[in-house]
Design a protein around this ligand. Structure first.
Ligand code: MN
Length: 204
C-alpha cells in the first residue's frame, strides 16, 4: 500500500488572513509531502502489511523496532496533517452547530471556556507537537497534547479537532508568537467536521 499526499479541501489562499497562503503551501507541499514520502519508504523497507493508516497507528505493537519509530514519526505526520487540514475551513464556514455547542457545554462551563482550555494546552505545549480535542475510552470529551507526531489513535483516543503547534506551522507569519497563531486558528476551525467526527465516534 502506498499513501498519497491528499489535495487540500480548499485553495492555498482560502484561509487568509488568518492562515497565510505561503505557509499553507509550504506546510502542505513540503512538510506534509515529506511525511508521506518517508512513511512510504518505511513501509517499503519493512515490507509492512497495511490495510489503512488508522489501523497501522492503532496497532503499533505489530511493527518491529526500529521501524516502529519511523511509523510513529512519519505515519503520525501523514495522518495528523490530513486530519489538521480537514479540521480547517474558510472563515464563512466556521460556526459551531447546536449539537456541537451542547456537547461542549456539557463538559465545560461554556464554549469559550472550552476554547480557553484548548488554547492554554496548545500554548503550554513544550517543543513540537499538537493540541487535540478527543473522545476518550469512556466516550467523554477531553483536551490532550501529543509530542512530535504521536497520534491520539495510538493512545486509544478518537481525535475530533487538532492544532499543529510545530514552529513550521506558523513561524513564517507569526514568528515566535504562538499565542497569535492559536488565536487566528479559532477563526478557521471546521466545526462541521468536528461534529461529524463526534457523531461517528459516539456510535462506535
Ligand atoms: Mn505541521
Amino acid at each position: 500500500m502506498t499513501f498519497k499526499l491528499p489535495t487540500l479541501p480548499f485553495a492555498y489562499d482560502a484561509l487568509e488572513p488568518w492562515y497565510d497562503e505561503a505557509t499553507v503551501k509550504i506546510h502542505h507541499t513540503k512538510h506534509h509531502q515529506a511525511y508521506t514520502d518517508n512513511l512510504n519508504k518505511a513501509i517499503a523497507d519493512g515490507n509492512i502489511e497495511v490495510s489503512s493508516i488508522e489501523d497501522l497507528l492503532q496497532n503499533l505493537d505489530k511493527v518491529a523496532m526500529p521501524l516502529r519509530t519511523r511509523v510513529i514519526n512519519h505515519g503520525g505526520g501523514f495522518y495528523n496533517h490530513n486530519f489538521f487540514w480537514e479540521s480547517l475551513a474558510p472563515v464563512e464556514k466556521s460556526t459551531p452547530s447546536a449539537f456541537l455547542k451542547e456537547s461542549i457545554e456539557k463538559k465545560w462551563a461554556s464554549f469559550d471556556a472550552f476554547k480557553e482550555e484548548f488554547s492554554a494546552k496548545a500554548l503550554a505545549h513544550f517543543g513540537s507537537g499538537w493540541a487535540w480535542l478527543v473522545l476518550n475510552k469512556n466516550k467523554e470529551l477531553e483536551i490532550i497534547d501529543t509530542h512530535d507526531q504521536v497520534c491520539p489513535l495510538s493512545l486509544g483516543y478518537e481525535p475530533l479537532l487538532t492544532l499543529d503547534v510545530w514552529e513550521h506551522a506558523y513561524y513564517l507569519k507569526f514568528e515566535n508568537r504562538r499565542a497569535e497563531w492559536i488565536a487566528a486558528f479559532w477563526n478557521i476551525v471546521n466545526y462541521g467536521a468536528i461534529e461529524d467526527r463526534l457523531k461517528k465516534a459516539l456510535t462506535k
